[in-house]
Design a protein around this ligand. Structure first.
Ligand code: TYM
Length: 336
């Protein structure tokens, strides 16, 4: 890990499938930012416990997500990759930050409200405290920037509030981070209901593309994608289905939305949907293949996560001891 560059932190939850939304809103961007920043990418397994999980599956998905990060192009030689639970400082800083956080501000979080409705039988303290753990993730590394999709923006705002609150109370300690939100792809919508974001927890499998979907499945899902009533391929607020497909096309190919509109001018929806399906399928095919290869070498993945946790712990523990000192926790090694 190089320290002469600005630090970047981001993470995703190993909660089942990774979708095209996760890829275009976050992971693809992580890959692009690796040379510019000192990047730290975590697998947020502690966050995952806020809803009920099958323990065996959580373990398998954590390893799979690490393989997927690498298969997408995150380079373990350039970036630090680790599991959140392997660096206890995340949970420890969460406790300190909790003492500065008010229940009211957490209960107002959109994600907390959504997940409380979705998991009404398990509205636990972890679900409410989720943004504070996320703040600890980011603040431990002095991250200046955090690449995320739009849905995580509110969590970044509370991270900033907590950093400023701590700095005001105990003197300058934390860097106040900025989000990096991609211009195209920050909110990929469901293929079946473009009023809602594409989500891995959607019970309708046709609503999302999983990064590990095979080519036929990807194309079939795009063929079934909901479009709009007229027949023009144009980006506009009253055409959410077509706009979402244009966004996906543009985010995958790097072509601007205007150029994509021109490319498909006069073409029918059927042809357009197949074209989007094809570019997505061919972008995902090598990722799927590489993920499978990596998963067959568990020892390699274990090595990467061990090395990553060691690197991350070094920085995280430095921040944590500074925080402990500032808040007044006694240490025999310290002079005052
Ligand atoms: P998670 O696992 O839900 O999502 C990972 C990343 O994918 C983005 N994303 C999307 N982007 C565009 N369109 C979509 N439909 C879409 N769905 C998801 C998310 O915005 C996110 O960037 N709490 C985080 C994980 C986390 C984290 C952190 C992130 C834990 N600690 C610290 C940043 C910094 C989460 O659940 O992401």
């Amino acid at each position: 890990m190089q320290t002469d560059k600005k630090t970047l932190f981001s993470a995703a939850q190993p909660s089942g499938l990774v979708t095209l939304g996760n890829y275009l809103g976050a992971i693809k961007n992580w890959v692009a930012l690796q040379d510019e920043y000192n990047c730290i990418y975590s697998i947020a397994d502690l966050h995952c416990l806020t809803v009920r999980r099958e323990p065996k599956e959580l373990r398998a998905k954590s390893l799979e997500l690490l393989a997927l990060y690498i298969a997408c192009g995150v380079d373990p030689e350039k970036s630090c990759l680790f599991l959140q639970s392997h660096v206890p400082a995340h949970a420890e800083l969460t406790w300190i930050l909790n003492t500065l956080t008010y229940p009211g501000e957490l209960s107002r979080m959109t994600q907390f409200k959504d997940k409380s409705l979705k998991h009404a039988d398990n509205v636990n303290m972890g679900l409410m405290d989720y943004p504070v753990l996320m703040a600890a993730d980011i603040l431990l590394y002095g991250a200046e920037v955090v690449p995320i999709g739009v849905d995580q923006k509110q969590h970044l705002e509370i991270t900033r509030d907590l950093a400023i609150r701590f700095n005001n109370r105990y003197s300058e300690t934390f860097v106040v981070p900025e989000p990096i939100i991609p211009k195209v792809g920050a909110k990929i919508m469901s293929l079946q209901d473009p009023a809602h974001k594409m989500s891995k927890s959607d019970p309708n499998e046709n609503s999302y593309i999983a990064i590990l979907d095979d080519e036929d499945t990807v194309i079939r899902k795009f063929k079934r994608a909901v479009t709009d009533s007229d027949n023009s391929i144009a980006f506009s607020d009253d055409k959410p289905g077509i706009s979402n497909l244009l966004t996906i096309y543009s985010a995958i190919t790097g072509e601007t939305i205007a150029a994509a509109e021109e490319r498909f001018a006069g073409k029918g929806y059927g042809e357009f949907k197949i074209a989007v399906g094809e570019v997505v399928a061919s972008a995902l095919a090598p990722i799927r293949k590489r993920t499978a290869e990596l998963l067959s070498d568990k020892a390699y993945l274990d090595e990467i996560m061990k090395k990553g946790a060691e690197q991350a712990s070094y920085f995280a523990n430095k921040t944590l001891s500074k925080v402990y000192r500032k808040v007044g926790l006694y240490s025999p090694e310290r002079k005052k």
